[in-house]
Design a protein around this ligand. Structure first.
Ligand code: 5AD
Ligand code: SF4
Length: 415
């Protein structure tokens, strides 16, 4: 969501005649988009912003603005630590940007909402929902991003059509609980169906769905519509029912596993990735073990794993943290180690298969190789022969997977 917001602000500025500076030293304005989800994210952001102090102080022209969730979460109090900053705008306040930058631009406010937001020329991120109505006990997002709002389907589809007309073939629908989308009579499944009908769109993804909103109707379209990529990022957070309850996640381990079972019995290679939090306040050794057993049972293709981070203002922040920092770290490490083995096993299942992959860009390490993604969201490095044609970004090719290196697949073109 933050990457999307950054792209949206950048697109808006470019639309109004600004262009990206070659280096921070050459910029007239530096905007830092920030995240608040864990304490570490805020610490990193503050450290990065602090690095700009010298530039800002030495230049009479440069303006530095802080955007995003930390801007909203900490507001004016940020000036205590970062007195040199010029302005602070939370996620719902970007419409004020033109006013701040140049009062003459203020009539263009509405463009910020309407502008097509392409992050690259093969894939478009399209936000369909903002905010979050869940109140997971540990999570700051609802407080910084507010209540759920859904975009009108007409505007979403127009944006997808515009992207497709520019040659984009993959669309990623975005929302904090994206599959909870609804607009008048239209459900998320209905919206997916309409998106799949857009000419030129060949692959549809969405992040992040919530397990609670996995309806039969949704499963039906996921399995029935070939344009929807066979991958889901489905945050589980914990494998323990008692912790899930404390987290107010609104599903049980069994509910969660029944979604996994439905998807994998339809397609054993269905990509399922997740988010896990280790060391929630009061998490016992047994409860933690249940998370490990969930990883084994669900056979996740990969996972983002985090140590619990107390966020001021959230309900769980008032729960006493009895688990020591070391123990939390140790649990996180155990989780990472186990998942790493599973990720590798899942990757190995791909060897020998011919996969349709979307070519994204030349590999950074070796320009004679290309990076692409399979439908089930695995990164593939494709060998040399394509290097001569830089225009193939966004092309789909058939690729025979030959090996696994680290957690990345390697393959060759199979015509
Ligand atoms: N502590 C640790 N991890 C968190 N996440 C959200 N809030 C916290 C927190 N307070 C994780 C969740 C979520 C992901 C985006 O960040 O796993 O899915
Ligand atoms: Fe946070 Fe829960 Fe909303 Fe996800 S669903 S953004 S974890 S409150």
């Amino acid at each position: 969501m933050n990457e999307y917001d950054s792209a949206r602000v950048a697109a808006f500025l470019e639309f109004n005649g600004w262009f990206p500076a070659a280096a921070a030293e050459k910029a007239d304005m530096i905007l830092v988009n920030t995240c608040s989800v864990r304490a570490k994210a805020e610490e990193n952001a503050i450290a990065r912003i602090r690095e700009l102090r010298k530039l800002r102080v030495e230049s009479g022209e440069l303006r530095v603005g802080i955007l995003g969730c930390m801007a909203k979460n900490r507001g004016e109090s940020l000036r205590k630590d970062l007195p040199f900053i010029d302005f602070i705008l939370g996620p719902d306040e970007y419409y004020k940007l033109p006013e701040i930058i140049n009062s003459q631009l203020s009539t263009l406010n509405s463009q910020l909402e309407l502008f097509a937001k392409l992050t690259n020329n093969y894939s478009a991120f399209v936000a369909i929902q903002s905010g979050c109505n869940m109140r997971c006990s540990y999570c700051i997002v609802p407080y910084v991003r507010g209540m759920e709002r859904y975009r009108e389907p007409e505007s979403i589809l127009k944006e997808i059509e515009a992207a497709a007309a520019q040659g984009v073939s993959e669309v990623v629908l975005l929302g904090q609980t994206v599959n909870g989308y609804r607009f008048k009579g239209l459900s998320f499944a209905g919206l997916l169906r309409q998106a799949a009908d857009v000419k030129g769109i060949e692959r549809i993804r969405f992040i992040s769905p919530h397990p609670k909103h996995y309806t039969g109707e949704l499963l039906e379209i996921l399995m029935g519509e070939p344009k929807i990529a066979p991958h889901v990022h489905l945050p589980a957070q914990s494998g323990s029912n008692s912790i899930l309850k404390k987290m107010k996640r609104q599903y049980t381990r069994e509910n969660y596993l029944s979604i996994v079972e439905a998807l994998r019995s339809w397609n054993p290679l269905y990509g399922i990735t997740t988010d896990i939090i280790c060391g929630y306040p009061g998490e016992t050794e047994e409860e933690f073990e249940e998370t490990l057993s969930l990883l084994r049972e669900a056979q996740f293709d990969s996972a983002f794993m985090f140590a619990y981070s107390s966020r001021e203002g959230t309900p769980s922040a008032s729960e006493k943290e009895l688990i020591t920092k070391q123990e939390k770290k140790a649990r996180l490490q155990k989780t990472i180690d186990l998942q790493s083995t599973i990720t590798l096993e899942r990757a190995k299942l791909m060897i020998g298969r011919t996969e349709r992959i979307l070519l994204e860009k030349p590999s950074r390490k070796n320009p004679n190789e290309w990076v692409g993604k399979t439908g089930n969201f695995k990164k593939v490095i494709v060998g040399a022969t394509l290097a001569v044609a830089p225009t193939i970004t966004g092309a789909y090719i058939n690729c025979k997977i030959s090996a696994v290196q680290g957690h990345t697949l390697r393959g060759t073109i199979n015509d």
